[in-house]
Structure formats: C-alpha cells, structure tokens
Design a protein around this ligand. Structure first.
Ligand code: SF4
Ligand code: SF4
Length: 285
C-alpha cells in the first residue's frame, strides 16, 4: 500500500499529518511502516521524529558532456526543449541547472558527440525509528541544486526497493501542484490532500484536486485546524463529491505538542480520528 500526503500549499499541516498518521499505523499494523520524506527541498519529518539516520547514500543525476566529435551543427540546441544547450561559434555550452536528463540530445546527435557526466544532486538518509517496524527515509537535495524531480524519483525508488512491496508506505510530498508533486504522488494507491477550512485553503485545495483528477488518482481530504475559518471547503467537497476523510480540530493541546515538536497520537480524539481516516482510505482504495 502506498499513500501520498499532499497539499496545494505549504503550512496546512501536511507533514504533521504524515508523521502522526505513520506513527498511528505503526501501532495498529503488522506491516512494516515506511515514512518517506519526498519534500526534498526542505525535508522536515526528521524534526518531529527526532531522527538521526546514520545510513546515507549519495545521489547523482546524469547530464550530457560534449566530446571532440562535435562539429557544432546546432541540432542539440534545437532539440532541447528545456533550453539547456547553447551552441556558440566555437563550443557547445550545457547548463546543468536546466537539464532534465531526458537524453534527447544524446540520442539524436548525428555525430554521437555526447558522453554522460554524473553530477551529485543530494543524499538519501534512512534508518529505523522508535521500533523495529517503523522505517524512515528522507531525500535531501544539495544546497544550490534545483532539480527536485530526479531526487524525488530516486528516493521513492530506493525506498520501494529497500523495504519491499508489502510495506505500508507513506510519502510526504512537496507542497503545491507542480512536477515534484506529480512525481511524489503518481505511483500511489491513494492521495490524502490536507487542507484548512479557510479561503486560502480552499483556493489551493481546488488546484490540488484538479491535479489529482488529471492524474486519475483516488484521493480524499483531511481538514486540519477544523473549527477555524468557514464552511466553504465542506460545501466544495460536498458539491464535487470529494470524500472528507476526517478532521484534525484546532486545539490548544495539539498546538502545544506541535510547538514542542512532539507527536499528537497520544490524544484520544486524534487516535479516533486517524482510525476513521484509515478505515475510509481502505474503503476507497
Ligand atoms: S548535435 Fe552533436 S554535433 Fe551537433 S552541436 Fe550538438 S553535440 Fe555537436
Ligand atoms: S538531456 Fe535533455 S534536457 Fe538535458 S540537455 Fe539534453 S535534451 Fe536538454
């Protein structure tokens, strides 16, 4: 089972939900629970887990490097849809920050004038947290590295290869609706969209819903800080027949635990809320 936790914008409580839902599942499931932080530009699950992952693996992405066979014909610059190549009078210039490693230039160069160069883009960290059944994986981009998608892809593939298909994966996705979110959610059995019942929350939820509909994903909504804002998110979900999986109420107790970086599953109504959310997900998958 693979569940992605996403949100149309940052600050909705997506990571809080992903971390606490994983801890909750760890208490009730026999499966291995694997929480994977795919918010590779700013991973922060480790803060809530107090995780120190001693296992580390460097990650690389491949970019083309021109060799002496090049006759400066200019075809590669025409082909590259990301404008990552410029052909000048005396040389071909590659812009690694723009290169999506699609290999089009390498495949289509008439002179076979490209080699492949590996550049380091970040690291995967992993380890066991709290019990022998709870595993945590984190993808982290190097400072200055801009290509999140290949880092997300490698972190996800690594997790699945390492911990096996029978594990219960929770992918904490990057916020937003662009390519990194699509990469983080596209292979999941179900996507949980975390939102708030405010006008901003609704606006971003609509964008996230459109993205999930285009990807033909099964998804449902968790409303965080329920009780603040208005009823618009509820009306929208009802009109669009989008299942509301559950709510995490706005409460002083939660805010205090959150500010101390502690988990919230010890609160009885949270445990009950997560139990219902899990039940609904199982029925919808
Ligand atoms: S397509 Fe090949 S030969 Fe032509 S400019 Fe690019 S690298 Fe050089
Ligand atoms: S690999 Fe793709 S993105 Fe990168 S330079 Fe070549 S054509 Fe452009």
């Amino acid at each position: 089972m693979k569940i992605s936790v996403a949100s149309g914008k940052g600050g909705t409580g997506k990571t809080t939900f992903a971390v606490n839902f994983s801890l909750f599942l760890n208490n009730i499931k026999k499966n291995k629970i694997v929480l994977v932080d795919l918010d590779v530009e700013e991973p922060d699950c480790h803060i809530f887990l107090r995780a120190i992952n001693s296992n580390r693996k460097k990650c690389f992405r491949e970019i083309p490097k021109v060799n002496e066979k090049c006759n400066l014909c200019g075809k590669c610059a025409e082909i590259c849809e990301f404008n990552a190549i410029a052909v000048a009078n005396t040389e071909v210039i590659i812009f690694p920050d723009l290169c999506h490693s699609c290999y089009a230039c390498i495949e289509l160069c008439p002179q076979e004038a490209f080699n492949i160069e590996n550049i380091e883009m970040g690291e995967i960290h992993w380890g066991i947290i709290t019990s022998n059944n709870f595993y945590f994986v984190e993808g982290k981009l190097k400072i200055g590295e801009v290509m999140a998608v290949p880092m997300i892809k490698q972190t996800k593939n690594f997790s699945i290869e390492k911990f096996g298909e029978n594990s219960y994966f929770i992918f904490d996705s990057p916020p937003g609706t662009s390519c990194p979110v699509i990469e983080a959610t596209k292979d999941s059995d179900f996507v949980v969209l975390v939102t708030e019942s405010t006008p901003f929350g609704l606006y971003d939820l609509k964008l996230a819903v459109e993205t999930m509909q285009k990807l033909r994903k099964k998804f449902g909504v968790v409303i965080n800080k329920a009780g603040i804002g208005n009823q618009e998110v509820y009306h929208y979900c009802k009109d669009e027949k989008i299942p509301i999986l559950g709510e995490i109420p706005y409460s002083r107790g939660i805010a205090e635990l959150y500010s101390q970086g502690r988990d919230i599953i010890s609160i009885p109504f949270i445990k009950e809320s997560f139990r219902k959310i899990e039940e609904k997900i199982i029925n919808l998958v």
